[in-house]
Design a protein around this ligand. Structure first.
Ligand code: NAD
Ligand code: USQ
Length: 406
């Protein structure tokens, strides 16, 4: 297949491009490199030394003889460029990663809220709009998030996108219908993914577009089979308070001897997936497109759930690192249960990579190798969800949160 990967320079995008290219697909990256600019804005860098995208693709070509093409396009702002590229190249499929994906970054200030909404919603709408305008029957695979559902199971497992409901009619009958699971986002970033869902539902219904939405959990790990092939194919690895995600952060913290930063009592339960499984799921989704004029196909892309404090305790035991129980900068339930259905990927052959000590230790080793690149002052998460929380945290008598806890 000829596949356009929007956001193919990012943490999940880059290993996906390598995986798809290795499988024989013709891969074209469209990316505006905004994630690299955000590192500059925040004064941080990936734990792992990343080369430029041009250098990465050159190394891949040297290693494999296969080409991955790169196009510098802002999907949200350069609609005509995007449309022109799609018209000329007419891909069979599009994988859409090109959004601002950090919840803390999206909550930093009014400017960051505006940026996240404008970037994410426009990027998604521009792609859909161009597909219709060009009469292009490409299968669109979008990376959504588990966070569209919120994280509460109300005593029943979260289904894959659609919820059967019974509605009492005016003449006393009960009719059943399947509706999109009610959106319950916990940040501006997560809210943009709920808005994406509505855009997809409309374009599938009105224009018959073939769309798959992958509601992905927190991705952990860094290497895949292909990124291991050459030092310069290495994946990015975020550790800072905005972009670092919880499990990867704890592993880096363990590697540099920084107390594990648990928010609150760590009762938050979240869904997880290893990066290797993430790229496999995307390939499975590409190989199983929905029919034209059918509803949006939704998969829950996760393999296991864990409670934050259990992860911290496990890593603390494994590494001897202490745990810091910090005031929570987010507005979220302090404790929740989470049960999620993921039968569709399992049915299509996914063999989950679960959290084993071997893989965890491998990540700690990667982190130790590059520990000299870590700026410890960038580890604390300082983006507060509300002004009230920001005020409380600033008045935290022990000043734990704003200072480095080391
Ligand atoms: P990332 O920030 O590392 O990568 C996103 C890429 O998209 C970057 O290379 C960025 O430059 C590009 N991009 C952003 N806006 C763009 C625009 N307007 N035009 C062109 N390119 C643009 O993020 P990631 O961790 O690789 O996540 C990829 C996708 O998967 C995101 O949509 C995210 O919401 C979703 N997701 C990620 C995780 C996770 O744990 N990382 C979990 C669930 C879902
Ligand atoms: N947390 C800590 N300590 C930390 C960092 C986070 O206790 O040092 C807690 C947070 O308060 C939260 C949980 O861990 O309760 C998860 O936080 P996270 O930063 O790992 O994940 P999140 O903000 O939800 O976002 C990440 C990705 C996002 C993706 C989402 C999937 O950045 O792109 O959509 O995971 S999900 O969480 O399933 O919605």
């Amino acid at each position: 297949m000829k596949i356009a990967v929007l956001g193919g320079d990012g943490f999940v995008g880059w290993p996906t491009c390598l995986h798809l290219s290795d499988a024989g697909h013709d891969v074209h990256i469209l990316d505006n490199l905004s994630r690299r600019w955000i590192d500059t804005e925040l004064g941080v860098q990936s734990l792992t030394p990343m080369d430029s995208i041009q250098e990465r693709t050159r190394i891949w070509h040297n290693e494999t003889g296969r080409r991955i093409h790169f196009n510098l396009i802002d999907i949200a702002k350069d609609y005509e460029l995007l449309k022109g590229w799609l018209a000329k190249n007419r891909p069979d499929a599009i994988v859409h990663f090109a959004e601002q994906r950090a919840a803390p970054y999206s909550m930093k200030s009014d400017r960051h809220k505006n940026y996240t909404v404008n970037n994410n919603v426009n990027a998604t709408h521009n792609v859909l709009n161009a597909l219709v305008e060009l009469d292009l029957d490409a299968h669109l695979v979008h990376l959504g998030t588990m966070g569209v559902y919120g994280y509460s199971t109300v005593g029943a497992a979260i289904p894959e996108g659609y919820l059967p409901v019974g509605i009492e009619t005016m003449d006393g009958r009960t009719v059943s219908q399947e509706i999109l699971y009610p959106g319950n986002p916990g940040s501006i970033y997560h809210m943009t993914k709920v808005l994406d869902q509505q855009l997809f539902a409309f374009y599938a219904k009105n224009d018959g577009l073939r769309i798959t939405d992958l509601h992905q959990g927190i991705v952990w790990g860094t290497h895949t089979q292909q990124t291991r092939r050459h030092e310069q194919l290495i994946n990015r690895f975020d550790y800072d308070g905005d972009y670092g995600t919880v499990l990867n952060r704890f592993l880096i913290q363990a590697a540099i001897g920084y107390p594990l930063t648990v928010h609150g009592v760590g009762g938050q339960t979240r869904a997880f997936i290893h990066i290797q499984d993430s790229v496999r799921c995307i390939e499975i989704a590409l190989n199983n497109p929905p029919a034209k004029n059918s509803r949006v196909e939704i998969f829950n892309q996760m393999t296991e759930t864990h409670r934050v404090r259990d992860l911290a305790e496990m890593i603390s035991k494994m590494s001897g690192t202490e745990i810091a129980w910090l005031p929570n900068p987010r507005k979220e339930a302090p404790e929740n249960d989470l049960v999620v259905k993921n039968d569709k990927f399992l049915g299509l052959g996914l063999k989950p990579t679960t959290l084993g000590e071997g893989l965890l230790a491998e990540i700690v080793d990667v982190a130790k190798k590059y520990a000299y690149r870590v700026d410890r002052t960038r580890v604390p998460a300082v983006s507060a969800w509300t002004k009230d929380i920001a005020a409380k945290i600033e008045h935290d008598p022990e000043g734990k949160r704003l200072k480095s806890v080391s």
